[in-house]
Every structure is written in C-alpha cells, then in structure tokens.
Design a protein around this ligand. Structure first.
Ligand SMILES: Nc1ncnc2c1ncn2[C@@H]1O[C@H](COP(=O)(O)OP(=O)(O)OP(=O)(O)O)[C@@H](O)[C@H]1O
Ligand SMILES: [Mg+2]
Length: 338
C-alpha cells in the first residue's frame, strides 16, 4: 500500500461558557494562534464570529460595510509563510470561483491582508452534516432523498467544470434545517483526467479522508467523477444508517476494507430502507469504478426512480442539527478514527 498523506483536519469549536475551564484555555490558545496578532479586522472585513478552527484555517463570519455578511477562511498565523498552505487556499479559489450553483457555496475572492491569506466565501448560516448526524441520523430521514440529490447535483456541477472534489464527507456538506445542501471545501479537488492523460502524471500525493475514500484514490490512481460517486455512496450510507460503511481499529485496516472488504448492506442498520435503495447504494460503493453509475447525472436519474424507505419517515419535530457547543469534534474524531 502506498504511503499516505491524509488531510486529517481536526476541528475545534469556539470557546463557550458550557465548556470546562481547562478545555476553554486550550481552545483559546488555539484560537489566538489563528491570527498572529489577535485583532478584529481583516482587509475591509470585520470579524464577527468564529465559526470553526481547523488544522490550517479558521472560518469566521465577517461583515463588510454596513451589514454585508461573508464567511472568511483565514490561514492560521503560524502558517502564513507556508507556501504549500497558501497554495492550497489559492487552489480552492481556482477550483471554485467559476462555480455557480444553488447547492455549491460561492467562493468570491482569494486575497491577502498584509501577509495573511484568506478566502472570501458566501456565508451559509447552517451547520455541517456531521453535526446533523451526531444529533441523530433518524431525524434526517425525512429529508434524506433531498439531501442526497442536492449533494449529487452540486457534485455534478463541479464535474461538469472538470474537477473531482476528492473530499466528499459530512463535514464538507453544509445542511439547513429544511434539508437544503451547500457543498464546500475544494482544497484537494483534482482535474478530471480523460483519455491519454489518465495514463500520464504518475503517482501523485494521496489525500482524502479515510472513511469515505474510493479504492482508486487510496491507490493514487488517476481519478474521475466516479471517485466522488463512491464517496457519496459512503455519505449516503451514513445518512441512512448512522455510521459509515466501513469502520476499523487501525487506519490501515480501514483502507484495506475500502480496497477489498465486502460492501455492507444498509438494511442491517436500517430495516426501513428498501432493497432497491440498498442495491443502488452498493453500486455507488462498487470497488471498480466501471461497476458504479457512470456519472453523477446517471446516478441522479436512477435515484429519482427509487423509493428510499418502505415506510415514509415523519417530519422531524425537533431541530435537525446539534448546536456546535454541544459537540466536540476532537472527541468524536478520536472515537471514529477518521
Ligand atoms: N461558507 C461557509 N459558511 C458557513 N460555515 C462554513 C463555511 N465554510 C466553512 N464553514 C464551516 O467551517 C468548517 C470548515 O470549513 P472547510 O471544510 O472549508 O475548512 P477546512 O480547511 O477543510 O477545515 P478542516 O481542517 O476543519 O477540514 C465547515 O465544516 C463548516 O462548519
Ligand atoms: Mg473541510
């Protein structure tokens, strides 16, 4: 198996009154490291609220002028001279600035404030799907078909622009309380290779998230839209069954299961899923790309003909998403070994 370099980007939440003091100090230290000099202005943007701190970037809600709101993805202060990390942000802009689709977050600008590089994004005041899953996947069932279709539509738009996302996972899908989707995080997207160019290029750096990575991505092969089809299969499996298709005690074991493990049946986790939907999921997660739907569009057409549930799920009576303060990404990442 090739040596892997994963984008393992643990996420910390912003300080909150409900967090124990020691933990709050730990988080504040991280938070202060986000900008070399804590301040509340970046370029013309006033930082209003810290949404998320990742391993390399912080995402802020920011205000321009009177009340124009954006999300700013800002490189951490200690990384602002790191060429590679700057290039990742630039790359995300290059991939996404031309995308215009209701289910894809708008990426407006890549720019620098002094030496601090940042991206200006459309603000979506919703949580990522991971928080929804942690609140209980059963509550998402009512919207499952819409969530899967809108995610697929977003990816189809990206594929039509010649890119594979390569990091499809619940953290990178923002979800509203009505089950509407916005796809984010184009940091590791790759150009789709077609024809002869598939054979060129040689071994590339392998990046992605273990629980959702296609076998060809794990092997470092040239990728096309079907790699995202596989990852969407894993996400849809988790959405309908509450956990990803493969879990393991070690990272290598997890990868091995993607490469050779029997594709599990979603009906074991959720009896209410129809056999047709279960078979469609299995085909999304086929080991060989040629055994999956050929494109995201082919999948969408099929999805529309398939009934997901035997008994229609009820409209949820409570909020779909967890408040970020109720949730620690650090703890959950330790548990799942993603
Ligand atoms: N435009 C946005 N509007 C609102 N929230 C956002 C937006 N973009 C990102 N977020 C929040 O910030 C989180 C991290 O964003 P993103 O995935 O783009 O960064 P990342 O570099 O991948 O960070 P990580 O290291 O956490 O993976 C998202 O999961 C989401 O909760
Ligand atoms: Mg992300």
């Amino acid at each position: 198996m090739p040596r892997l370099d994963y984008t393992e980007r643990n996420v910390w939440r912003a300080p909150s009154r409900s967090i124990p003091t020691a933990r709050r100090i730990e988080i504040r230290t991280i938070w202060n490291g986000v900008l070399s000099k804590p301040r509340d202005l970046i370029g013309p943007y006033r930082l209003a609220r810290l949404i998320r701190v990742g391993s390399t970037c912080a995402v802020w809600e920011a205000i321009k002028g009177e009340n124009e709101r954006f999300a700013l993805k800002v490189l951490r202060g200690d990384l602002r001279d790191n060429r590679q990390e700057i290039n990742h942000l630039k790359h995300e802009f290059e991939v996404a600035h031309k995308l215009k689709h209701p289910n894809v977050i708008r990426v407006h600008e890549f720019t620098m404030d002094g030496k601090t590089p940042y991206l200006v994004l459309e603000l979506y005041r919703e949580q990522n799907m991971k928080l929804g899953l942690r609140a209980g996947y059963e509550k998402l069932a009512f919207y499952a078909s819409k969530i899967i279709e809108q995610s697929a539509q977003a990816m189809y738009h990206l594929h039509e622009h010649g890119w594979v996302h390569c990091d499809i996972k619940p953290d990178n899908i923002l979800l509203s309380e009505e089950g509407d989707v916005k796809l984010i995080d184009f940091t590791i997207a790759q150009r789709i290779r077609k024809g002869i160019s598939k054979l060129l290029g040689g071994a590339r750096k392998i990046r992605g998230t273990r629980s959702y990575m296609s076998p060809e991505q794990i092997r470092g092969q040239a990728l096309d839209a079907r790699a995202d089809v596989y990852s969407l299969g894993c996400v849809a499996f988790e959405l309908l069954g509450g956990k990803p298709p493969f879990t393991a005690n070690t990272p290598d074991e997890l990868l091995q299961k993607h490469l050779t493990g029997t594709i599990p049946s979603i009906q074991v986790l959720n009896e209410n899923v129809t056999p047709e939907a279960s078979n469609l999921l299995k085909r999304l997660m086929a080991k060989k790309p040629e055994n999956r739907p050929n494109s995201m569009w082919d999948f969408i057409k099929e999805l529309r003909t398939v009934k997901l549930f035997k008994k229609n799920p009820r409209l949820p009576q409570e909020k779909l998403m967890l408040d970020p303060d109720q949730f620690s990404d650090i703890d959950s990442l330790k548990k799942t070994g993603e």
